[in-house]
Design a protein around this ligand. Structure first.
Ligand code: PGA
Ligand code: ZN
Length: 425
């Protein structure tokens, strides 16, 4: 039974205010969680409540904390923390708006995740085990950013995430070892070429490349230098985040100062798919270009994972509709996009029901909170996307999965290729 819920202001990985919720149960168990924050958000996602005004660029969270402490806390006090579905439904009802604009998506998601932690703690279980129950689990395939771009690097390159995946690794731990070598190799290649400008929001290198293709070439070279066979041991994964530069079927590329229509955008990505070992592409087109998504998935969906992020905003109804229309073959799962843990789980379940790839994902604004590592394992998502291989708000998640993998031993096999919804491989 929940006896106390407290919200406090803490700071995220961009030095911005965010909401932490702490739940105490009658048995003394506690749970704590911190809301993350996106930069390239989908227009359909749950909205954070921010104060506006002058302080901290208008991003302070006093209104969200007031909602948490004065509205949510009294409403949840006395409820059973194990009844996650009932608690999340109550949060949705209390807010009463379609995008959580009254109480704030930040207050709501922090509360929802903190309740989950408290319930697991009351049973003395790791969170992933509380979620999985007796079902078998797999260790997720990590999708790791090597270069940052788009909204996370002042639009220095158009593509937001240049990532690698190592599906042929024998374990999660080995996938990270391979990734570490690629990250190192990419850094030294960039330094030699005078193209390194520090790190972007998610810890990937902030590049000074002259084209998106230069990034792809460098990534390919880094994989080879790390001793990996491209397309066999490891492959490239891209988040185009096309909603950031596309609208109404017009895509404005900053790098080569061209505007493409939807067909030309698809043709460009198709050339990349032909020339590079790309295993996955997220948001290849803008969230308002459903027809483009359908054409792209019809043409390339058998050989490439096509993920909806801004398009699907972790919404079960949208996932089912996208499957019926052939818009994507995979869905990104961000708890704060959905609003609550239960809604995020519903979106993941909807994805699995239609054979989609499912990827639990962090946001560009993160913290030491490792809830998503447990969701990825406990829900058997198959894939986990956390950002790069640097900065502790990212490494905290990777390291947490390492601990879980070690504790499970052979009972926690690596998902590897099986996580990807590829028919022709
Ligand atoms: P965001 O980006 O957290 O800044 O929205 C992450 C993504 O697009 O996947
Ligand atoms: Zn994305």
């Amino acid at each position: 039974t929940i006896v106390r819920l407290h919200g406090r202001r803490v700071w995220d990985s961009r030095g911005r205010p965010t909401v932490e919720a702490e739940v105490t149960l009658a048995c003394g168990a506690t749970g704590r969680a911190i809301a993350p924050a996106g930069a390239s958000t989908g227009s359909g996602e749950a909205l954070d409540l921010r104060d506006g005004g002058e302080t901290f660029g208008g991003l302070d969270v006093n209104k969200a904390l007031a909602a948490l402490n004065l509205v949510i806390a009294p409403a949840l006090t006395g409820m059973d923390a194990r009844a996650q579905g009932a608690i999340d439904a109550h949060l949705v009802e209390l807010d009463g708006t379609p995008q959580r604009s009254r109480l704030g998506g930040n207050a709501i998601v922090a509360t929802s995740m903190a309740v989950l932690h408290a319930a697991a703690a009351a049973l003395g279980m790791p969170l992933w085990r509380y979620l999985a129950g007796d079902r078998p689990v797999r260790m997720p395939l990590p999708e790791v950013q090597i270069f940052g771009g788009g909204a996370h690097a002042a639009r220095r390159v158009d593509v937001q995430d240049f990532m690698i995946m190592c599906p042929a690794a024998g374990s999660f731990a080995e996938a990270l070892e391979w990734t570490a070598e690629v990250y190192r190799a990419a850094g030294s290649l960039m330094k030699q070429a005078g193209k390194l400008q520090g790190v972007a929001d998610e810890g990937g290198y902030w590049p000074a490349f002259d084209s998106n293709e230069e990034a792809l070439d460098t990534l390919l070279q880094a994989m080879q230098q790390a001793g990996l066979r491209p397309g066999v041991d490891a492959g490239i994964s891209l988040d185009i985040a096309a909603s950031e530069f596309g609208r109404g079927g017009r895509y404005k590329l900053a790098l080569d100062q061209r505007t493409l229509d939807s067909e030309q955008m698809i043709a460009m990505l198709g050339r990349w798919l032909d020339n590079y070992p790309i295993l996955s592409i997220e948001d290849p087109l803008a969230e308002d270009d459903a027809a483009g998504f359908a054409r792209f998935t019809a043409e390339y969906g058998a050989r490439c994972q096509i993920i909806g992020d801004d398009l699907l905003v972790t919404n079960a109804g949208r996932v089912a509709a996208a499957a019926a229309a052939g818009h994507t073959n995979a869905v990104l799962i961000k708890p704060n996009q959905a609003g609550t843990v239960s809604e995020a789980h519903a979106a993941l379940t909807a994805g699995k029901a239609v054979g989609f790839g499912t990827i639990v994902s962090a946001r560009s604004g993160e913290s030491e909170d490792v809830t998503i590592a447990h969701l990825a394992v406990g829900w058997d998502a198959g894939q986990l996307k956390v950002g790069s291989f640097a900065r502790s708000e990212r490494m905290a998640k990777w390291n947490e999965v390492l601990r879980i993998e070690e504790s499970l031993g052979s009972a926690g096999p690596f998902s590897g290729w099986g996580a990807l919804p590829l028919k022709n491989r």
